[in-house]
Design a protein around this ligand. Structure first.
Ligand code: HT9
Ligand code: FE2
Length: 390
C-alpha cells in the first residue's frame, strides 16, 4: 500500500523556534582511510557481505595508494562540521555537531556515544549523501540501528533517539551551490574552446538497486535527472547562453555480469568526441565533496580520457563547504526539528522548500523504503523508519 502523505500547512518553518527537540546533530558519512595501513581494513568494512570481485578491490586499493593511502573525505567532513557549527552559532543555535562514519573511524557508535556523553537524548542526523537509494539512505539507517544497539544503555538509562533529515538533492541550498560551481567552471574554460557541453556525473549503482529506489517517489536516476535539469537551466540563464547536458556515471564495481547504471563517464566522453564535441564541463552532482571518487574517477581517469580525446575538460567543484550548501543544511535541520515538533504535537507539518519538478522526499522512511533489491528485505533492521503516515 502506498504511504499516505502527512498533512502539511503552507506555512514556512519558523526559524525562531530553534532545533528543539534535538540536543545534538550527527554528521553521518561514509568514512575513508587516513593512511596506507587503513586501506585494506577500510575496503573490507565497505564490502562486507557484498559480491565485489577481488580484482576490483585490488584496483580500488591502488586508487587510494595513488594518493598516499589517504582519502580526502575525512578532512572534508571535518571542514563541513566546522562550517555547519559556525552557521548554527551565527543563528544562535549552540548544539554540538558530532561526526561519525559507517566504514571508518570515527565510527557511528563513537559519535553517538560522544553525543550521549554530552547529555544528548534526541539527535538529528545529516547524511553526506544527497540522494535516496539503498546506498544513500537505508544502508546508513541500517548502520545507525546497529550503532544504537551497540551503545544501548543497560539498566535505567534512556535509549538515544535519532531522526534523519530528508534526502536533500532538491533542496534549494544544494541546487544553488551546484549552479554556482557550474557557472564558475564555465568561466574557467579557455576562451578559444567551444561552448562546453555539461556532463553531470554521479556514482553508478546496480540496476536492481535503481529499480528498488523508485518506491521513495522517484528513482535514484530520476532524482539526478531532476537536479541536472534544474542546475543546467539555471546555469544557462546565468551564463546568458543555454547549456546542453547529459548524465553519466562513475565508480562502477560488482561482477561484470551484473548490470549497473550507464553510460560510464569515460565511455560517454568517447561517444561525445565521436559525435564532434570538443569541450565539456564535468559536474559531480552525485557527491557532496571532492573525495576519492571525484579525485580518482573524475580528476585522474575522466580528465585523462578527455585529454586522449583532445577535448577541453574542466571539472566543476562539488558543493563542499560552499555557503549556499551550508546555509541549506542549517535550514534543513530547522525544518526537520519543526517536523518533529509537529508530529509530536499531532499538528500539520510546515511547508518544505524544494527546487525542480519533484516533491520533498520523506523525513521519516516507511517500511520497505530504499531496499537493496525490490521486494527483498536485507533482514537487517533500520533506524529512522516507520512514518506514522505510512
Ligand atoms: C550511491 C553511492 C555513493 C554516493 C552516496 C554517498 O556518498 O554515500 C557512494 C559513495 C562513496 N563510495 C565510496 C567508496 C566506495 N564505494 C564502494 C562500493 C559501492 N558504492 C556504491 C554506491 C555509492 N557509493 C555501491 C552500490 C557500491 C558497491 C558495494 C556496496 O553496495 O556497498 C567501495 C568498494 C569498492 C568498489 O567497488 O568501489 C568503496 C571503496 C566513498 C568514499 C570515498 C573516499 O574514500 O573518499 C563514498 C563517499
Ligand atoms: Fe561507493
Amino acid at each position: 500500500m502506498p504511504p499516505v502523505t502527512p498533512p502539511t500547512t503552507d506555512q514556512p518553518v519558523d526559524p525562531s523556534a530553534g532545533l528543539a527537540p534535538y540536543d545534538a546533530v550527527l554528521l553521518f558519512s561514509f568514512g575513508g582511510p587516513n593512511g596506507p595501513d587503513d586501506v585494506m581494513p577500510f575496503l573490507r568494512n565497505v564490502t562486507a557481505g557484498k559480491n565485489i570481485p577481488d580484482e576490483r578491490l585490488a584496483e580500488v586499493a591502488e586508487h587510494y595508494h595513488h594518493f598516499g593511502g589517504r582519502s580526502p573525505i575525512n578532512e572534508q567532513n571535518l571542514a563541513l562540521r566546522a562550517a555547519l557549527e559556525a552557521e548554527l552559532r551565527r543563528r544562535g543555535l549552540d548544539l554540538p555537531v558530532v561526526w561519525g562514519n559507517r566504514n571508518w573511524e570515527p565510527y557511528t557508535r563513537d559519535a553517538l556515544a560522544e553525543a550521549r556523553a554530552l547529555g544528548a537524548q534526541r539527535v538529528v542526523a545529516l547524511v553526506t549523501s544527497a540522494y535516496s537509494s539503498y546506498s544513500g539512505c537505508r544502508q546508513y539507517r541500517e548502520n545507525l540501528w546497529t550503532a544504537l544497539e551497540e551503545i544501548s544503555p543497560t539498566g535505567d538509562g534512556e535509549p538515544l533517539v535519532v531522526d534523519k533529515v530528508r534526502s536533500y538533492f532538491n533542496h534549494p541550498g544544494f541546487v544553488r551551490a551546484n549552479v554556482d560551481a557550474v557557472v564558475e567552471a564555465y568561466a574557467g574554460v579557455p576562451a578559444d574552446a567551444a561552448w562546453p557541453r555539461l556532463v553531470f556525473v554521479t556514482h553508478s549503482i546496480p540496476d536492481t538497486m535503481e529499480a528498488a529506489s523508485v518506491v521513495a517517489g522517484a528513482s535514484y536516476r530520476e532524482q539526478h535527472l531532476d537536479v541536472a535539469e534544474t542546475v543546467a537551466t539555471a546555469a544557462g540563464q546565468r551564463l546568458g547562453r543555454p547549456v546542453e547536458w547529459d548524465l553519466a556515471y562513475c565508480s562502477r564495481s560488482g561482477p561484470p555480469s551484473q548490470p549497473w547504471l550507464e553510460p560510464d563517464v569515460n565511455d560517454h566522453l568517447t561517444a561525445l568526441a565521436a559525435a564532434g564535441t570538443t569541450s565539456v564541463v564535468l559536474s559531480p552532482i552525485g557527491f557532496v565533496s571532492d573525495h576519492m571518487e571525484v579525485a580518482f574517477d573524475l580528476d585522474t581517469e575522466a580528465l585523462a580520457t578527455a585529454q586522449e580525446l583532445d577535448m577541453t575538460a574542466v571539472r566543476a567543484d562539488s558543493v563542499g563547504v560552499r555557503e549556499p550548501f551550508v546555509r541549506g543544511l542549517a535550514d534543513l535541520l530547522l525544518e526537520r526539528a519543526a517536523i518533529a515538533r509537529a508530529d509530536d504535537a499531532g499538528v500539520p507539518r510546515p511547508a518544505q522548500a524544494t527546487e525542480g519538478g519533484l516533491p520533498p522526499f520523506r523525513s521519516v522512511c516507511f517500511p520497505g523504503c530504499c531496499r537493496m533489491r525490490d521486494g527483498v528485505d536485507s533482514g537487517r533492521p533500520a533506524a529512522c523508519s516507520t512514518d506514522p503516515w505510512s
